[in-house]
Design a protein around this ligand. Structure first.
Ligand code: KG4
Ligand code: ZN
Length: 336
């Protein structure tokens, strides 16, 4: 049995969790900074770092208490996200983890944030390989084939904007608060598909994505209508955008499953995995077209950034005794 204390601070959530065997959540405290960034319409890196500094100690204490531990000395290892993310934000979690590792003489485990998103699914259901993961977040859009544990192969990725970035920009255009993905999703459920939004790279023979052109197309629709003095129906525009995104994401997952017939399980990951339309469409389509593939989708609280997923991903590194040194630094551009 292993008990891991995990820290996540790559963007705008300060989070600490205590996870047993990479599968059981004893605590998962998430302190969101969304309110501080909202008025700027995006994450301000300096503000994010300052919040992490202010909150990390208390969030750690809360996680330890909620897990029912008397002391951090009761855990077996300390894990942290060391990339990718904002360098100043990552540094706070990395420094906190290295300090705890040194003070309590516990091994240190360096976790890739994207692997963390994928491993959020281990907290839901046993991951079975070969596995296909779709990571959709504010900064990533990756199709990842994992032949066996720890062997990540990115088989498709965005050529420009991340899917969450496109959601946030289109949402901002419609006057929705930051981060707009969730609000745009809610609005999309109230409208109809009346606007023509292009499906970028839909018919191309690869597994890559492109969202920048779609985002621009929606912006042009909006501004052209405004110039002509016509009104835009925000719900219908949201639905039209969301449907285009769903079509692309679903088509690429279907294509990937066709190209990798040995895949036993499909997992969804990342903040945009909270999207109601994407969840429903992927589940329905995979169940209909690939009935032998098990589909796992994390609950909403494990889609966005959290430390539980970092503790889940840390487990296989702990088992391999793949420990990090105290010289480990934040790696903002870390790849899978
Ligand atoms: O994984 P995450 O919390 O942070 C990154 O690592 O990027 O993802 C945040 C992204 C934001 O762009 C946010 O707008 C988006 O996830 N998001 C959604 C939904 N909930 C959050 N996008 C679409 N539909 C949602 N329901
Ligand atoms: Zn993330």
């Amino acid at each position: 049995m292993s008990m891991i204390l995990a820290i996540e601070s790559s963007c705008d959530e300060t989070s600490v969790a205590v996870i047993e065997d990479g599968r059981k959540i004893h605590s998962n405290i998430v302190a969101s900074q969304v309110k501080s960034h909202m008025r700027f319409g995006g994450v301000v890196p300096e503000v994010a770092s300052r919040h992490h500094v202010e909150q990390i100690t208390q969030v750690t204490q809360m996680a330890v208490e909620q897990a029912g531990l008397d002391s951090i000395s009761q855990v077996d290892a300390i894990a942290m996200t060391y990339g990718p993310g904002l360098v100043g934000a990552l540094l706070i979690g990395v420094t906190a983890a290295k300090t705890l590792s040194m003070v309590y003489q516990k091994p240190l485990i360096a976790v890739n944030h994207i692997a963390g998103h994928i491993y959020a699914n281990q907290l839901v259901s046993e991951m079975t390989y070969p596995l296909l993961a779709l990571v959709i977040s504010g900064s990533h859009t990756d199709l990842v084939y994992i032949k066996e544990e720890g062997h990540f192969e990115v088989i498709g990725e965005t050529q420009d904007d991340a899917i969450g970035e496109a959601y946030d920009k289109v949402g901002r255009l419609l006057g929705l608060p930051y981060p707009a993905g969730k609000y745009l999703d809610e609005l999309a459920q109230k409208g109809e598909e009346t606007y023509a939004v292009p499906r970028a790279m839909l018919h191309e023979d690869n597994l890559d994505f492109s969202f920048s052109g779609m985002k621009s197309a929606v912006m042009n629709l909006f501004h052209n209508a405004k110039q002509r003095g016509e009104s835009i129906d925000p719900a219908n525009l949201a639905t039209s955008f969301q449907q285009a995104v769903i079509d692309i994401v679903t088509a690429k997952v279907v294509k990937a499953l066709g190209q990798y017939p040995d895949v036993k399980q499909f997992v969804l990951a990342g903040g945009v995995a909270a999207n109601s339309g994407i969840r429903k469409n992927l589940v329905d389509t995979i169940q209909a077209e690939f009935p032998d593939v098990e589909v796992v989708i994390p609950p909403l609280n494990l889609c966005g950034d959290n430390a539980a997923m970092i503790g889940a991903a840390a487990e296989y590194l702990y088992q391999k005794q793949d420990f990090a040194s105290l010289m480990t630094n934040a790696k903002p551009g870390l790849m899978l």
